[in-house]
Design a protein around this ligand. Structure first.
Ligand SMILES: Nc1nc2c(c(=O)[nH]1)N[C@H]1C(S)=C(S)[C@@H](COP(=O)(O)OP(=O)(O)OC[C@H]3O[C@@H](n4cnc5c(N)ncnc54)[C@H](O)[C@@H]3O)O[C@H]1N2
Ligand code: MOO
Length: 400
């Protein structure tokens, strides 16, 4: 049996090409950019007034002038007009082009306006209230790198450079498959020996958070049916995520069927709890990856965030920085497995703390909605002290 660290690095070694595609900007949200974005003009493209008021030439103030005749009005969206008289001023609105002959904008609140004469209530600073052309970015400068997620701010940046069609990485074709004869559809009333399938619904949501719409299906523990359906899915999909049927039970057929179908086992079983019987493999010809997670609800859920998410982020070139928290209480891990315990985050005096929550084990599905992630405790004779720093695997807000 391999360690969690070894298993993770074997997963992260795998690379799949999903290809790229062009989508309309309104559909680019949550996708990953496959092109660098450059400023198509200076940012801002002209000297822009940042207040409603008047534009004037500061030299006139230096010459002792406090009152200015308004010689024109300049709204945003109109071509610039010149200041004809150096002793005059132009009424200007936020977002309008500051006339070349002027260098200072004074807002209405600092003026007394009587007819077409504006008088300063106080002496302004030269150059104030002007957002200078090119001061944010120069034309041609890179303003967004490749391989970042398009979120709200990026949508705005793409819009401002006129990208109504955006080059993004394709999302992978993923099949999400539950297995097990004890599972019934969620609209059915289970008999005493049955339960509704829930694991793949958790992961359906988790994949949707990544902008992925998986194919969602169920397989009964029937060898022939499994062979037939999985053969098709291995051909058609980039990734198979399975839940259940990978431990030592008499009907745990998956490892056997997957290998029969040419999916090479990379490992089976990891020295971790929960999630130990995880089976991971790859079909080399078709480059399909198979994440076959143990069926206990917490095991499936944890392993998805432990292995699939870091792999997916790395595969797309998105950063995935490990996160750490301080333990709020002393805790032991005398076992020989890496254990993962559900925890919440809290901040005390600016320090991120992990508070461990009690749960009744890997079948405790309802508890998952209360946790923000899992703390990772490697096997160790000495106990983990209060205040010790340990890795944390976030399951909420993991998009950093
Ligand atoms: N002799 C051994 N028995 C078991 C071992 C072992 O090493 N030796 N490992 C245990 C561990 S750890 C786990 S985890 C489970 C995993 O077993 P499987 O992957 O074969 O999962 P199943 O037996 O199919 O299911 C386990 C459990 O989870 C429920 N389940 C499965 N799928 C779903 C679903 N989609 N939604 C909700 N619940 C699901 C299933 O009904 C079972 O209760 O094996 C241990 N046994
Ligand atoms: O690994 Mo199992 O996931 O302990 O319950």
């Amino acid at each position: 049996m391999i360690t969690y660290k070894e298993a993770l690095s074997l997963v992260l070694e795998q690379h799949l090409e999903f290809g790229t595609e062009v989508v309309p900007l309104t559909e680019a949200y949550n996708r990953v950019l496959a092109e660098e974005i450059h400023a198509d003009r200076d940012f801002p493209p002209f000297n822009r007034a940042t207040k409603d008021g008047i534009a004037l030439a500061y030299e006139a103030i230096e010459n002792g002038r406090l009152s200015f005749e308004i010689t024109g009005v300049l709204p945003a969206g109109k071509p610039v007009i010149p200041l004809e008289e150096p002793e005059g001023c132009i009424e200007i609105m936020t977002g309008a082009v500051v006339p070349y002959e002027t260098d200072t904008v004074v807002m209405y609140e600092h003026l007394e306006v009587d007819g077409d004469i504006a008088t300063l209530k106080k002496i302004p600073e030269q150059g104030q209230n002007i957002h200078l052309r090119g001061s944010d970015h120069r034309k041609g400068e890179r303003i967004l790198p490749k391989n970042i997620r398009v979120l709200a701010a990026e949508m705005g940046v793409l819009a401002t450079v006129g990208k109504n069609r955006v080059h993004v990485h394709k999302t992978p074709r993923i099949a999400l498959i539950s297995t097990g004869n004890e599972l019934v559809e969620i609209d059915q009333t289970p008999l005493l020996h049955q339960i509704r399938r829930s694991n793949t619904y958790s992961l359906y949501g988790a994949l949707q958070e990544e902008g992925i719409k998986p194919l969602h299906l169920h397989l009964d523990d029937d060898l022939d049916l499994m062979r037939q359906k999985l053969a098709y899915l291995i051909d058609e999909m980039d990734v198979l995520i399975l839940s259940g049927g990978v431990s030592k039970g008499k009907f745990d057929y998956l490892p056997q069927v997957l290998e029969e179908l040419g999916v090479e086992k990379i490992f089976h079983r990891v020295a971790q709890r929960p999630g130990k019987p995880f089976w991971f493999g790859k079909n080399r010809n078709r480059a399909t990856l198979v994440f076959s997670f143990p069926g206990n609800p917490v095991s499936t859920f944890l392993n998805f965030y432990l292995y699939f998410i870091p792999w997916y982020f790395k595969n797309l070139g998105l950063g995935y920085e490990p996160m750490f928290v301080q333990l709020r209480k002393k805790i032991e891990n005398p076992s020989d497995l890496t254990i993962f315990i559900g925890a919440n985050l809290m901040i005390e005096e600016g320090i991120l703390l992990g508070e461990i929550l009690n749960s009744s084990g890997s079948g405790d599905l309802a508890h998952l909605s209360e946790i923000e992630g899992f703390v990772q405790l490697d096997p160790r004779k000495a106990s983990y002290k209060k205040g010790e720093i340990v890795p944390f695997i976030p399951v909420k807000n993991h998009k950093r």
